[in-house]
Design a protein around this ligand. Sequence first.
Ligand code: GDP
Length: 330
Amino acid sequence: MSLTKRNLTLDQLKSGVLSGDRLVLSQAITLCESQLPEDQRSATQLIDSILSHTGTSLRIGVTGIPGVGKSTFIEAFGLFLIEKGHRIAVLSIDPTSTLNQGSILGDKTRMNELSQNRNAYIRPSPTSGHLGGISEKTRENMLLCEAAGFDVILIETVGVGQSETAVKDLSDFLLLLMIAGAGDELQGIKRGLMELADMILVNKSDGENIEESLRTKIIFEQALHYFPQNINHWTVPIETISSRQPKNLDQVWKYIDQYISITKANDYFYANRKNQNLQWFREGLSNQLLKHVFQDSKLSSKKKEIEEAILQGNQSVKSGIDTLLKYAFN
Ligand code: GDP
């Protein structure tokens, strides 16, 4: 899967991406997702070369338990935004894809209509086999999509996992989808998750479900009341919506727009992005360091030796870490 096989030079990839060519964009993303060291080197060059064309989009995270309606919502909301003149990229984070060799819903026929729209680009989850590398890949994919002119990036969490913080670290605004009557525990209406959300949507508020959805909305509002104020004094809005029979999507957009205006005016928007960059640098660095340990034969056999000593009870965890670090850096 090297560059030469596809006969595209780095310059061609760059100009294809910048011109919004979706085929070239897909090739560029495949290059970035490749594990081959030579591809990784080219990928770094490519990302560096497009960096000045990134950062201009709105990055919106979408999370919630499987079945809550995330992809149905993204399809409806994506089409709604395209109507308004936007170009939409849909990316996903799937922490389980390392185990499953692909997203559970990977080659889905989800988001049918959106996927056929020329103003939309949908990319399934990266399936990198490396520790923590998956969200890193999603981030690179996001930059490439921005360079290709997609001005709203919807980042969906897929599968059951700990991806909420990863999507929070990637997005400017996080939408949490809920449904009526699914039980608090099941939906993760834990402090943590609700505190991460910038807006809560009670989805499937249609047909016989409307009354129940409105009751659920009130319960969530009461729950939120006991939470500390958001850093921007932003009161997290809760809206009942339907994704299947699109309803209240304009309200969702109105709140996102409001939030972005407030946070751009008080600089939080930019500060948050800078912090996210640092966060990603640190995470990427620790991933690479770990990768180095696993790939370097001397280090890796030293690591095995220490693990054996820990298993036998001959070495403490703390001294094992110290020993390996000394071995690596001295
Ligand atoms: P995801 O796993 O969170 O991505 O959920 P899906 O988008 O795949 O939706 C799960 C199921 O809920 C599907 O059968 C959808 O048709 C249904 N669904 C999603 N949104 C709505 C909605 O607004 N109203 C109703 N009635 N059903 C919905």
